[in-house]
Design a binder for this molecule. Structure first.
Ligand code: NAD
Length: 413
């Protein structure tokens, strides 16, 4: 068993224990349903051939078709894909949308490929896993280093094999190719909603709060922008090049403009530079890690001064850090709840494709808000009932939902 998966299972074990879950059902939930490794040969522009390792894991499909992104990154391993597929299972269950969990990836540095090579890589990978995906089977989406354009190639490859156009095979597509309005902003919007809801129950109203956001990509930039629009003071932002700080609040629109022009938030006029490490340790009401996994660990958890952490990224806090934060009275809104906005609007995209009828952006946002607010209430209710953290509440809620369905369906033999 890989290290990441092993660590991730600790939270699952703890939640199952606390729920007194039927051991026989739990044996099923602890295992991925299907793990596939494929070789992906690609003809490079110079005529040579390179062979990449591709993965697709269906973690659990009790609730419906498997759902999860495709990652292109040199560090992709079966262990990572399996763990991300498990997190997707719990995330969909927390949001209460009718999906199981999946993930896929290719161990490749896409920055080293030309666009044509990237397209050939994507199409061959999809051809290799074609029997595993489909609107009723498994619906991929973008993840790290994959984007709407790549989703377009996937629609085309799948459609050519099926001899008809099937847009609902992936989500996160360009809007003109069966994508949904509001999908691009959905994860950041969900993060903002979770800050707002946390503010209500934990007595730190968003409009009176100070906020630091680590990572200024899709999730971080939209979250920062919408949080500022709610009246909060966003005092720090960062990206891979470093961070910026202004105790009186940063003009997030100016930061967006700066990134569009120069590719980085660093050096924004009217701010002082800080490091990513310093950003995490600022004395703010809300800290939103929205960059990478493993940012808050046992090494810095005792230095965090934020009152509430709202996880935008997947897995930014380690299990050991969770305990330190909890002991210090810091509240944490966990990733499987707080970044579920993306998969929720992916679900809306799939519904719209299947209906062949597309919604206004205001309808998408309204329905997203309803699902996110209900998920927050369900997790909060669970954590109160059992006197546990929001992380534990979210895991207990998700595991109970998947366990109940598994039990009701029974074992096919
Ligand atoms: P992105 O690539 O658009 O943005 C990532 C940001 O993090 C960039 O600003 C980048 O400069 C910054 N970054 C990279 N390395 C960093 C480092 N070492 N220190 C500080 N900042 C660094 O990615 P994204 O889509 O915004 O995803 C961010 C996180 O959110 C990931 O963990 C992803 O899995 C998770 N997530 C994304 C979505 C979605 O819909 N995009 C949904 C759920 C979860």
């Amino acid at each position: 068993m890989g290290k990441l998966f092993e660590d991730a299972l600790k939270r699952v074990d703890a939640a199952a224990d606390r729920l007194n879950l039927d051991e026989n059902i739990y044996k099923i939930l602890r295992k991925p349903k299907k793990q596939v490794i494929v070789s992906v040969p690609v003809e490079m522009d110079d005529g040579s051939i390179k062979v990449f390792d591709g993965y697709r894991v269906h973690y659990n499909v009790a609730m419906g078709p498997a759902k999860g992104g495709i990652r292109f990154h040199p560090n992709v391993t079966l262990d990572e894909v399996k763990t991300l597929a498990m997190w997707m299972t719990w995330k969909c269950a927390v949001a209460n949308i009718p999906y199981g969990g999946a993930k896929g990836g290719i161990a490749v540095d896409p920055k080293k490929l030309s666009k044509k090579e990237l397209e050939r890589l994507t199409r061959r990978y999809i051809a290799e896993i074609i029997d595993l995906i489909g609107p009723d089977i498994d619906v991929p989406a973008p993840d790290v280093n994959t984007n709407p354009e790549i989703m377009g190639w996937i629609v085309d490859t799948y459609s050519m094999h099926m001899r008809r156009t099937v847009t609902s095979v992936v989500t996160g597509k360009p809007v003109f190719l069966g994508g949904s309005l509001g999908r691009k902003e959905a994860t950041g919007r969900g993060v903002m909603l979770m800050v707002r809801e946390a503010g209500k129950v934990f007595g730190l109203p968003i409009e009176k709060s100070t906020v630091a956001v680590q990572g200024f990509g899709n999730v971080g930039s939209i979250a920062a922008s919408l949080i500022a629009r709610q009246g909060a003071k966003v005092v720090a932002l960062s990206d891979v090049n470093g961070g910026i700080y202004n105790k009186n609040g940063i003009d997030v629109d100016a930061a967006l403009k700066k990134v569009a022009e120069t590719g980085t938030v660093t050096g924004l006029a009217g701010t002082q530079p800080i490091t990513n490490e310093e950003l995490l340790e600022l004395n703010v009401d809300y800290l939103v890690p929205a960059a990478l996994e493993n940012q808050i660990t046992e090494k810095n958890a005792d230095k965090i001064q934020a009152k509430i952490i709202v996880e935008g990224a997947n897995g930014p806090t380690t299990t050991k850090a969770d305990k330190i934060l909890h002991d210090r009275g810091i509240i944490l809104i966990p990733d499987i709840l707080s970044n579920a906005g993306g998969v929720t609007v992916s679900y809306f995209e799939w519904v719209q494709d299947r209906e062949g009828y597309f919604w206004k952006e205001s309808v998408v946002n309204e329905r997203l808000e309803e699902i996110m607010v209900n998920a927050f209430k369900d997790v909060y209710g669970m954590s109160k009932k059992y006197n546990e953290t929001m992380r534990m509440g979210a895991y207990m809620l998700a595991i109970k939902r998947v366990a109940d369905v598994t039990k009701a369906r029974g074992i096919y033999a």
